[in-house]
Design a protein around this ligand. Sequence first.
Ligand code: XMP
Length: 509
Amino acid sequence: MIQPTPGEVAVLDYGSQYSQLIVRRVRELGFMAHLYPPERLGELQSPGAIILSGGPRSTSDLDAPDVDYPKLMAFNVPVLGVCYGMQLLNIKHGGTVKPGVTREYGPAKLVVAAECALFKGISHESQVWMSHSDTCANLSADTRVIATNEDAVPVALQWSDRCFGIQFHPEVTHSHEGTSILRNFLTQTGAQLAKFDIVAFKDQMISRIQAEVGGREVICGVSGGVDSTVLAVLLQRAGVKVRAIYINNGLMRLNETAEVKAQFEEVGVPIEIIDASERFLTALKGVTDPEQKRRIIGTMFVDVFWGVADNVELLAQGTLYPDVIESATSGSIASKIKTHHNRVDRIMELKAEGKVLEPLAELFKDEVRALGATLGIPHYALWRHPFPGPGLAVRVPGEITEEKLAITRHADDIWIKELRRSGQYERVWQAYAALLPVKTVGVKGDERSYEAAISLRAVVSEDAMTADWVELPYEVLRAASNKILNSVKGINRVLYDISTKPPASIEWE
Ligand code: XMP
């Protein structure tokens, strides 16, 4: 559990999908911020400011989440309520909230109605993003309306020189001056805030790691992905004795093991490569059920890793902040899956013994990249697409064979190289080629061919829970398709996957 920090901006999470984004925006503005369930308000240690997030509920619901108002006010720091947070504050200040019939969702005009710290320097009519159905009504006599929408409905309220409420979401980019409004709240209201900058934070992390590790040996699994790479390098820079273990499960991409080895050599961290490919591929022989494939791979990975990592003094994991946040939405399927992934039994036992180190647990992905850059990790390593633990097994539906893996690797390599060549790689969140379990008729030379089809995928996503396919230029698709059709043996058809998630998933299996 993350411990409250003096001077931080404490964001109370009422369950909005944007709650984490508020924390990220505040940190981007250079101030420390953490997200807390509203019940933890009493545990805060002299916060510098408090923001109440939006949320999906209505304040009129019988079990609507509340705020301990006397406690909130006792901190005597600037307070900002966003959407649901504003409605809650309005009620606490003697106003009411009118249940909405329809949801107002999308862009709206913010008409600034009064001079105030929050809207200093903000255009008179600025685009903001709304997502709510209830609205504030029957404002108390001491409530000041500082902005309305175009229909003169109050959308921003002020109750004192340090207490504000806004109906819109300043944290989303569709609120054009949202960041400036947040900055005003943090800098124009007299808040005494703890600073956040990644270089200073790196030094703090290194001191904390040194204190926590003592003289123990630290073991960690590395995949070559950004989190495990930054973790291993950070540990090494902290002067810790690290054993970085990379398991080749035989389901990696073309030249991946060699590339990961070179990547770690470049940053000066030696890794132990365990080649378990034969073991994995033998266990997968004849298996076609996707869930069974995953189970076999997952269990074997754990067996191989713990087979090597005996007598662990300390295990380091690249767990990130979104995985440890106890948010109002922590009952969601997403966090359950992650919890399962990161907290398998053996790790829970080690945790109980105080043998698990999670140095990145306060950081978001983009902050991990920034940290990696300050550690001198090369750009390409920090911007590698995510790659699933079960590797190509989830991209080769049906039984896995060496031949199918070879075809998939070759096509995938062409696809990724084409994305890099055309400058599209970093625009894309994740891309890969999958080998479809069908044969299709074609002509090659003068002959009829009966070969397999490759499906290319390229998606953008924020957190992998939803994803959209990327509208790539036709010339990129054409070049990749031509190269695959001309050089990958066994393929006579190339498809581009235009499925969003949901309902599709990012991977094929
Ligand atoms: P799906 O296919 O569920 O994928 O839309 C969402 C994201 O998760 C990755 N993924 C995995 N990562 N172990 C992992 O470490 C897994 O078992 C696994 N399954 C999917 C996938 O690549 C995508 O980024």
